[in-house]
Design a protein around this ligand. Structure first.
Ligand code: ADP
Ligand code: MG
Length: 619
């Protein structure tokens, strides 16, 4: 038995010794682990490196032992086939999503099944991105254990705000595989603002924009702070935009300028990797100098700041488009943003600061090391979860709307975009066909009115609905997003109590680029979408009424006069024609005419049937 002694007072502490919960920034390019030492968050240095950054790189040696970090990074040049980097970009992806990456990596991605989850082959073994990420986590865990001299079993891990449910789940799974109980998946910008200490005192009211440009992902978030509570007002971003892209632009520039002259040497893999490293070196150098010059073999590579800034301007402008959208979504005016925080190594590029300053009218803050800020914040979040800072509550948002497909392929949003999570919302539906026993629930994520333009997350079928006429069953569909942003969808027929639910985490695959585009698309196509939705809703209504009229005529032939039946048939034919015309107003007019004419007939039929029933006549 251990008896903890309070070193400050010298008294024996009756409480159990508290677990240290570490905060982990599992980055595309670099990963870090941090914890709370005394009052303050500190990062833990990796074993072989002098600093806290552990490059998210793995190397597989001949006997298949895996090394992670700086040591592994050295093999990028000498042994590219057995050196894996940027695994985070592969998390929760299919080959189709990542095929364009293939040209920029030396290791092998399996493309046998383009739809299935990505696998990586190293030597003769296949690895999933989850397994590879778990190796990085294991390495961080070991560093923390060596430093703290006791086992680490609990962690908070950060992810970009744009990560979808599948990617968050994959990150959790990687943690589990590394032997870590992942207490919380936290959005990186939320962690970053915590690291700035914003929100640790209760009397501050503030609006904060967090601009995070790392190696592989870009995130912009607008947060509101009040009463020590963070509220993420909006998020935007692109999980396919970062420093890697900037490196690629430099490489392309050099290729155009020099490589046609180089012949065979230029085609070798090693040369490619050396160029990659030189490009990164140039970029970092140009953050504080005006001219870069280096040499690979006989080849001199140079780049001046003006050329560099011209090259990367499109990337920066792309991020600024997201910044504008995020501010717009937040409902705040640009002048209402009190603070802009810089996160991620790439945010050190001076041109970015210039653009942000121009847009917001304030100088962005990078006083907490942009490489470490997320991990430091994760450590603070871990401390909060450990119960050490009970006064702070974190709220997050779901970045895209979530809903189900309804008749005609319409998107019915149940949890709107930027809703706070955890969130729970539901809506009632019914069947459209008599005796319908099964109802398919297809779950989508996105902003467009037609599901075909949105992202399908999964589907399931509510089976064995007891036989009832169309419209009778009451089917409640519930969406629940937990604190990690993971979605559960439940469907329940209320009259019979039968129910079914789906685990969204099983659906992976579809490009993240598409996801970011979806938001822009929804704005561009808003007008057309509203029109199409209007037509589809009218068509759905018309079809329901046509079905009902058909049934009504069949069931009441003896009550209706011949003229009445002819008139009803005329009106239904007119409605059918209106449906064919796809003109919303024509359809609504025809619906009204048919309804107006059939209403008194329906009333009469009801009266007759009731009196028949009262007389004991079977109807
Ligand atoms: P991630 O969060 O994706 O792991 P990081 O925040 O660690 O990424 O940022 C890594 C990226 O930052 C790399 O692309 C690296 O080249 C870039 N970077 C680091 N320092 C600088 C700098 N001074 N100027 C420009 N880019 C930098
Ligand atoms: Mg990062």
């Amino acid at each position: 038995m251990k008896i903890p002694i309070d070193l400050k007072t010298g008294s024996i502490d009756a409480k159990e010794e508290k677990d240290v919960i570490v905060g982990i920034d599992l980055g595309t390019t670099n990963s870090l682990v941090a914890y709370i030492s005394g009052e303050n968050p500190v990062t833990i240095k990796s074993n072989c490196g002098q600093n806290a950054l552990t490059p998210s790189v793995l190397h597989f040696s001949k006997d298949e032992t895996i090394i992670v970090g700086d040591e592994a990074k050295k093999f990028l040049v000498s042994d590219p086939q057995n050196t894996v980097f940027s695994v985070k970009r592969l998390m929760g992806k299919s080959y189709n999503d990542v095929s364009k990456l293939k040209s920029s990596i030396g290791y092998e991605i399996i493309d046998e099944d383009k739809e299935a989850l990505v696998k990586i082959r190293v030597k003769n073994k296949f690895y999933s991105p989850i397994e590879l990420s778990s190796e990085i986590l294991k390495s961080l865990k070991k560093d923390a254990e060596n430093h703290l001299k006791h086992p680490i079993t609990k962690a908070v891990i950060t992810v970009p705000a744009y990560f979808n449910d599948a990617q968050r789940q994959a990150t959790r799974d990687a943690g589990k595989l590394a032997g870590l109980d992942v207490l919380r998946i936290v959005n990186e910008p939320t962690a970053a603002s915590l690291a700035y200490g914003i929100g640790l005192s209760r009397d501050v009211v503030s609006n904060i924009a967090v601009y995070d440009l790392g190696g592989g992902t870009f995130d912009i978030s607008v947060l509101h702070l009040e009463d020590g509570v963070f509220d993420v007002l909006s998020t935007h971003g692109d999980t396919f935009l970062g420093g890697d892209d900037i490196d690629r632009l430099i490489i392309e520039h050099w290729e155009n300028k020099y490589i046609p002259l180089q012949g065979d040497e230029a085609k070798s893999l090693n040369f490619g990797q050396e160029i990659r490293l030189a490009a990164e070196e140039a970029k970092i150098f140009l953050s504080s100098h005006d001219h870069f010059l280096s040499k690979i073999g006989n080849l001199y590579l140079d780049l001046d700041k003006t050329t560099f800034e011209t090259l990367i301007l499109p990337v920066i402008q792309k991020t600024m488009d997201s910044v504008r959208l995020a501010v717009k979504d937040s409902g705040l005016k640009t002048e209402e943003i009190d603070k802009v925080i810089l996160v991620g190594g790439s945010s050190r590029i001076p041109l970015i600061k210039k653009h942000l300053k121009e847009f917001f009218g304030i100088t962005p803050d990078d006083s907490v090391n942009p490489d470490e800020v997320v991990a430091l914040g994760a450590a603070i979040q871990a401390d909060i979860l450990a119960g050490n800072r009970k006064d702070i509550l974190l709220l997050d948002v779901s970045p895209l709307s979530l809903g189900i497909e309804t008749v005609g392929g319409l998107m019915d949003t149940i949890i709107p975009r930027n809703s706070k999570v955890p969130a729970k919302a539901g809506r009632q539906y019914t069947t459209s066909v008599d005796g319908q026993a099964n109802l398919r629930i297809s779950v989508y994520q996105g902003e467009r009115d037609l599901v075909q333009h949105n992202r399908k997350l999964g589907e399931f079928i509510l089976r064995n609905i007891p036989g009832m006429v169309a419209g009778m069953p009451k089917i409640e569909v519930q969406f629940i997003i937990d604190a990690d942003g993971i979605l559960t969808v439940k469907a329940r027929e209320l009259r019979s109590g039968i129910e079914s639910s789906i685990d969204i985490r099983s659906t992976y695959g579809i490009s993240e680029e598409q996801m970011a585009l979806m938001l822009l698309d929804s704005i561009k196509n808003a007008e057309g979408d509203v029109q199409r939705r209007g037509i589809l809703e009218a068509v759905n209504e018309a079809n329901n009424i046509l079905q009902a009229s058909e049934k009504f005529i069949k069931q009441n032939e003896d009550i209706l006069s011949e003229d009445e039946i002819v008139m009803l048939r005329n009106l239904t034919v007119k409605l059918e024609k209106a449906v064919d015309s796809s003109e919303k107003d024509t359809i609504h007019t025809a619906i009204t005419k048919l309804n107006d004419y059939s209403l008194p007939l329906a009333q009469r039929a009801l009266d007759v049937n009731i009196s028949k029933a009262l007389k004991g006549v079977k109807v």
